[in-house]
Design a protein around this ligand. Sequence first.
Ligand code: SPD
Length: 428
Amino acid sequence: MSALGNHILVEFSGCEPEIMNGVSTIENAMVEAAESAGATVINSTFHHFSPYGVSGVVVIQESHLAIHTWPEYGYAAVDLFTCGDQVDPWVSFDFLKEAFGAKNYSALELKRGALKLLDRLDFDINSIRSEAVGRENPQRYTRNVWFTDKDDDQGLSLRYTGDVLFDQKTDFQRVKILESYRYGKMLALDNMVMTTEKDEFHYHEMISHPAIFTHGNIKNVLVIGGGDGGTVREILRHEGVEKVTMVEIDGAVIEACKEHLPSIASAFGNAKLDLHVADGIEYVKNAAKGSYDLLIVDGSDPVGPAEGLFSTEFYQNCYDALNDNGILVAQGESPKFNEGAFTMLNSTLKGIFGKENVHTSLFYVPTYPTGMWSFQWGVKGGQNPFEISEKAETIENFVDAKGLKYYNFHIHKASFALPNFVKKMLNE
Ligand code: SPD
């Protein structure tokens, strides 16, 4: 042995940009590359940068493996540093070349700690080792992988296990199910959080019960989107509801949630549910006029397949599909995260339903960026969501009987009270 360590500086290029931007794929590959060379992994930490790029390091008992990627160039700069003669960094090199699908590569090998230049010091390594045995961390290594839902300036990050339970690029979007430490399993579409096991009830109770109680006699419901199933689960808690038609554009979302989020996707077998995997925008366009008591738009954010769910034409068709007492509830974005979409939807609805017939409810969703989210309503029969005092007892009985965790009579009223800055944004 002529040196303490062997250090290879690697250039991988011609790699798939998608792979170069996948923080968990890269972390898994780096950990496996270390293990395949016979290294002992101590810890790994990986970070995804906005808008793209990954950096990370795997600390091994025999030194480290590190990486920095530039997906926009299909390029990764990789450092493979091992010491001793039991671990060969070239094994890790071969593994990563395959894992990243690198079309081109080069490597510079350096010997570190040339023994010719070092003097061995005299100290008792054996007693130091035996003392250290008692201090060993029973956990071999921990992973530090984060998922971030973000725009250019702000975001919400959740640490997750690093394992992706479902990952499919469909004709419409990238559908993923991950397991976060704090919020349980989570559905993400195009890397935006849609719902999580631990806080889904905030959203699903507030998208459904306030409108059902405000109306008082909902029988026929149309849900556009809502592929995770949480919205139809809540609607179907109401015995008076006779039929729910749900139109979700992406069948993969339904299947992924049935398999991995069964507590949310629990109503897909309900006999009152008429489920269509189809384009909701087209469905509403062709719906018979005056058919529905309640129309809920449970779409994702206004990018990708949900962009059309924020258009004037779509909401005019929703208006037409509602009967004279019908209520529309639309996923209304955030006044703190998507100010543009939030205000534009509000003015679109006011243009169609009339200023007095549009109401905004605010509620908290800890796993959506900024935590502050909205539903925006258009009412055709002049119902006022504030005027429900005589239904207080009915609501509280329902809340108790069904074990609701977010919605109650006071939350109903409070959610329509808007902070001054929001009123100003909406010219109210
Ligand atoms: N950024 C999140 C927007 C909310 C989208 N809908 C969530 C689906 C829950 N059923």
